[in-house]
Design a protein around this ligand. Structure first.
Ligand code: FMN
Length: 393
């Protein structure tokens, strides 16, 4: 593509332009192989080319004017790394332990709905990519495929993300299927039970002529009939929560399962304190990738008060705008136990299937290890608040 055509392409693609702005550079031409990617943003041109426009808008967009998507990205730049020199970093340990299980890197695969909207092999491809890099995958309630189909491709215990359902019986069936498939952690999402104002996604949907049956039907009942996770559940009964996930509801869910309970979507110290008080096993600091309330608060801005409240008693995971190893390092330095990535692995999935997911994870893992060395930290346990400083504005 010559420069003029490229610029015209950019003009026609505001979402790609937004992504480029977030990357701090223009996207390059489509990759030939996953290995050619030098950072996660390199997947963008091919991913966008491969994906239907309404799916792309669904993936890239947030709420209202996408302000919180940008806030997540910008919040990482508010933190600087204080690098220590002259430390022998020949051998470093990048691993962490969560709920008794060792993970080679503190980078997990966040739950995201409908992977078949991005690649025909859907969550099975994601699972293979995650497995190849030893990264923990969290499977969404709204996955295109069922947990029992994805678990063998992952080859280890998945974590399962739950959207509580209007009928408790349906939530119970979903939790039962997850436990039966060997999941060890139940991440209950609490940030979007009442829906959100996805302008970019809806605009993308309006533009296109047909709806895609791979990820949704024409009606709510169709959606559940065709959605992997809801197989065998009466579509008339299946309906997402529509109301807040109260602690009473969490209690009822906890009584059903031996899985660890992680609350996903915490953004304040007050709610973190409630999680402790109510016996949550862990939390994910998250605003749903800027797709929930348009708070304009990046998750990295919320992290310090939450870490202070939790004070090491349970794991604190975080997601939102993690695109580079330096982002991961900074979150750990502030006090996070691990981070999750959302959109980047779907860019990889859209571009190259399992290989793309694998390469996205490899890039972030390698960048993280490089950052650890450059900052003079020999193990994740040695990454401390002394390794970051808030930028003076
Ligand atoms: C396309 C897409 C689908 C998502 N689906 C879910 C979901 O089903 N359940 C959930 O808890 N979070 C979902 N999320 C939110 C992610 O788990 C995660 O919080 C977010 O993507 C992290 O931000 P990032 O995309 O900037 O990395 C979704 C995010 C995206 C982009």
């Amino acid at each position: 593509m010559n420069r003029r055509r490229f610029l015209r392409h950019l003009q026609q693609s505001p979402l790609l332009a937004l992504a480029a702005q977030m990357a701090g550079q223009q996207p390059k031409k489509a990759l030939a192989t996953a290995k050619d990617a030098l950072d996660v943003f390199d997947f963008l041109p091919l991913a966008e080319k491969n994906v239907q426009s309404q799916h792309w808008a669904y993936l890239m967009g947030g709420s209202d004017d996408d302000g919180t998507v940008r806030a997540n990205a910008n919040a990482h730049a508010q933190w600087q790394i204080r690098a220590r020199r002259q430390v022998d970093v020949d051998q470093i340990d990048t691993s962490i332990t969560l709920f008794g299980q060792r993970h080679a890197y503190p980078i997990l695969v966040a739950p995201a709905a409908a992977h078949q909207a991005f690649h025909a092999e859907g969550e099975v491809a994601t699972a293979r990519g995650a497995k190849a890099r030893g990264a923990q995958m969290i499977l969404s309630t709204n996955a295109s495929l069922q947990v029992r189909e994805v678990a063998p491709a992952f080859g280890g215990p998945l974590w399962y993300q739950l959207y509580t359902q209007a009928e408790f019986e349906v939530s119970k069936r979903l939790v039962g299927a997850a436990e039966q498939a060997g999941c060890t952690v139940l991440a209950i999402t609490v940030d979007s039970a009442t829906g959100s104002n996805r302008v970019t996604a809806n605009r993308g949907g309006v533009k296109t002529e047909q709806r895609c049956r791979a990820c949704h039907g024409l009606t709510q009942a169709d959606y559940y009939k065709e959605h992997g996770m809801f197989e065998g559940i009466d579509p008339a009964m299946a309906k997402a929560g529509g109301r807040a996930v109260t602690w009473t509801l969490v209690e009822r869910l906890r009584a059903l399962t031996k899985m660890k309970i992680v609350i996903k979507g915490i953004m304040t110290a007050e709610d973190a304190a409630n999680c402790l008080r109510n016996g949550a096993d862990g939390i994910v600091v998250s605003n749903h990738g800027g797709r929930s309330e348009n708070s304009l608060q990046g998750t990295m801005e919320a992290l310090p008060e939450i870490v202070e409240t939790i004070n090491g008693r349970i794991p604190v995971l975080i997601d939102g705008g993690f695109r580079r190893g330096t982002d991961v390092f900074k979150a750990l330095a502030i006090g996070a136990s691990a981070i999750c990535i959302g959109r980047p692995y779907i860019w990889g999935l859209s571009a190259f299937g399992a290989e793309g997911v694998e390469r996205v994870l490899e890039l972030m893992q390698t960048e993280f290890a490089t950052t650890m060395k450059l900052a003079g930290t020999i193990s994740t346990r040695h990454i401390s608040p002394l390794h970051v400083r808030r930028r003076m504005m």
